[in-house]
Design a protein around this ligand. Structure first.
Ligand SMILES: [Zn+2]
Length: 543
């Protein structure tokens, strides 16, 4: 008996060790952990909203006593998807406005506005998403029809990229816009002495600033309706690029109440009051909210010829586009952002805008660094400038669906030679060895699997072009998945807390009905999210 006792005690202790409590065991899965070795596993354990352990179901079941067992029956599981560049709040507001995405003509747009106006009889009529490149007549429309239908009610309809809009006379009157008026960094179109209603870049702001502020209830509705749609496509974090500081409180409160579960990385807009706010307050960091960066606009978009190019547009002689501010402005704010250790994220699409910003970044960053300053879009980069991204650790933040949306007309704007180094995501990835991916929704669809598909196949939803658009700049599936998870987390300084399924990280994950790492290329955009989890709590269930 004396000899047996120590052995029994040992055995009891060993049994005791296996009895760890946990909230959930996810098993029978193909878990793409997206850890540094890109390991797969078949199970993991969640506790207190975090990943506790990853491994084989057998060993985890022996060790952990889970309150809930989620048998996913062989499905593929990925870290929650992160959209590295989006306009989440604006998308949510858009859900309460006239949706003009995928409209095919000006008369169709007029019809949509009329239908919306009949149902919503008060206030401004605001619409978003038209794109004259999708019409048979690719000319900008004029406001005549809007004036006759809505003589008293202000109307503002923004182009899909937000860099151009059409306003009716009632809206222009409120904003005090006069024929022949000019504005730095924008165009107010006047034809035969009359306003056409078309406003480009900075001119759009003259009218948008007159739109009454949304009520707090409208703001909450916008955030929550955006969240609902984003959970259904597997997003668990979004980068919201360019918000006013006043939104920080609204988001924080809604997260605090537990209604807004989406994690948000908020870049504040390039406005004096936003700098003042964050410089004084310092970085804001909670599990759901991270504010430590500024979103700056260098130029406009290629579609509306607002992108600033080194040489004239191929389809508009003597026109190079323009910078939205004097370079002095960027030179002034960059050292201030650097001095606070904050991140500068600049929208730059044309090769001239990209060059201007790379040089200003370089002067402040000096060499390799970890400030992770970003160039949003980095769409057209002169071959001479590409190496600057690596030399100064500047992060290109790109949206693969832009390549497959723009490919129909980008060549017309740029000509053959320049097109070759446009949308060059693989080349850009090679600069730092990592790259965050996003969508820029509502400019593009919110679905991150369209991003994945566009990145690896370089095709649009019609399967065009058959060989892929400039396929040499496709990413591998591993690279694309990392771009939507761990690399997007890294671009937000959050790679230690999310972006992979590893012990200690938030239990944010997504279950798909097919494995995107193995499915046929053409199947990728049809793959659906079946469940989305944040903090180990289910936030979306397809059934
Ligand atoms: Zn954007």
């Amino acid at each position: 008996m004396k000899k047996l006792l120590p052995a029994l005690l040992l055995l009891a202790a060993a049994c005791k060790q296996k009895e760890y409590n946990a909230d959930m065991l996810v098993k029978n899965a193909v878990v793409y952990t997206v850890d540094s070795n890109f390991t797969t596993a078949n199970a993991f354990v969640v506790s207190g909203g975090k990943i506790l352990a990853v491994g084989s179901a057998d060993s985890l079941e022996q060790k952990y006593n889970a309150r809930e067992v989620l048998d996913v029956q062989g499905a593929a599981v990925y870290p929650g998807f992160i959209d590295g560049h989006a306009h989440f709040y604006e998308y949510g507001m858009g859900l309460q406005q006239v949706n003009l995405v995928s409209t095919h003509s000006w008369p169709e747009i007029i019809d949509s506005v009329k239908t919306f106006a009949d149902k919503n009889t008060d206030g401004w009529l605001i619409g978003n998403g038209w794109d004259q490149n999708d019409w048979t007549t690719k000319q900008f429309p004029d406001k005549a029809k809007l004036d006759s239908l809505f003589p008293m009610r202000p109307v503002l309809l923004s182009r899909v990229d937000g860099h151009a809009a059409i306003a009716n006379q009632a809206a222009l009157n409120i904003a005090g816009v006069k024929p022949g008026q000019t504005i730095v960094g924008g165009t107010i179109e006047t034809r035969n002495g009359k306003l056409t209603g078309i406003l480009v870049d900075n001119a759009v702001g003259i009218v948008t600033r007159k739109i009454p502020q949304p009520t707090p209830a409208m703001v909450d509705t916008a955030l929550l309706s955006a969240q609902k749609n984003c959970f259904a496509v597997g997003l668990t974090t979004v980068d919201d690029c360019g918000l006013p500081y006043t939104m920080v409180n609204a988001i924080n409160e809604l997260q605090h109440k537990g209604d807004l579960k989406m994690r948000m990385y908020v870049m504040l807009a390039d406005r004096p009051e936003n700098y003042e706010y964050l410089f004084k307050k310092g970085a804001i960091k909670t599990p759901g909210l991270n504010v430590r960066s500024f979103k700056v606009y260098a130029d406009g978009a290629l579609g509306s010829r607002g992108a600033c190019l080194l040489k004239p547009y191929a389809d508009s002689a003597k026109w190079n586009g323009f910078l939205l501010s004097d370079p002095k402005h960027f030179e002034e704010i960059a050292p201030k952002i650097a001095a606070h250790g904050f991140q500068m994220c600049t929208h730059a699409i044309g090769d001239s805008a990209v060059r201007t910003m790379l040089k200003i970044y370089a002067a402040n960053l000096k060499g390799k660094n970890d400030l992770r300053w970003r160039i949003e879009h980095s769409q057209i980069v002169s071959p001479e400038d590409i190496a600057l991204f690596g030399k100064y650790s500047i992060i290109p933040s790109v949206q693969p669906t832009h390549a497959t949306s723009d490919m129909y007309w980008a060549g017309k704007r740029l000509g053959k030679e320049r097109l070759k180094t446009a949308y060059a995501y693989k080349q850009l990835l090679d600069q730092n060895g990592w790259i965050p991916l996003g969508t820029d929704f509502p400019v593009e669809n919110i679905n991150p699997l369209y991003t994945f598909y566009a990145a690896v196949e370089r095709k649009d939803l019609k399967g065009f072009p058959e060989a892929g658009f400039q396929k040499e700049n496709a990413l591998s599936r591993i690279e694309a998945l990392k771009g939507m998870t761990i690399w997007a987390a890294k671009a937000n300084f959050e790679e230690k807390e999310k972006g992979s399924i590893e012990p200690g990280k938030y239990a944010d994950f997504v279950i798909l009905d097919k494995d995107i790492m193995k499915a046929k290329g053409s199947e990728l955009p049809t793959i659906k999210v079946t469940k989305t989890y944040i903090n180990g709590v289910k936030v979306y269930d397809k059934k």
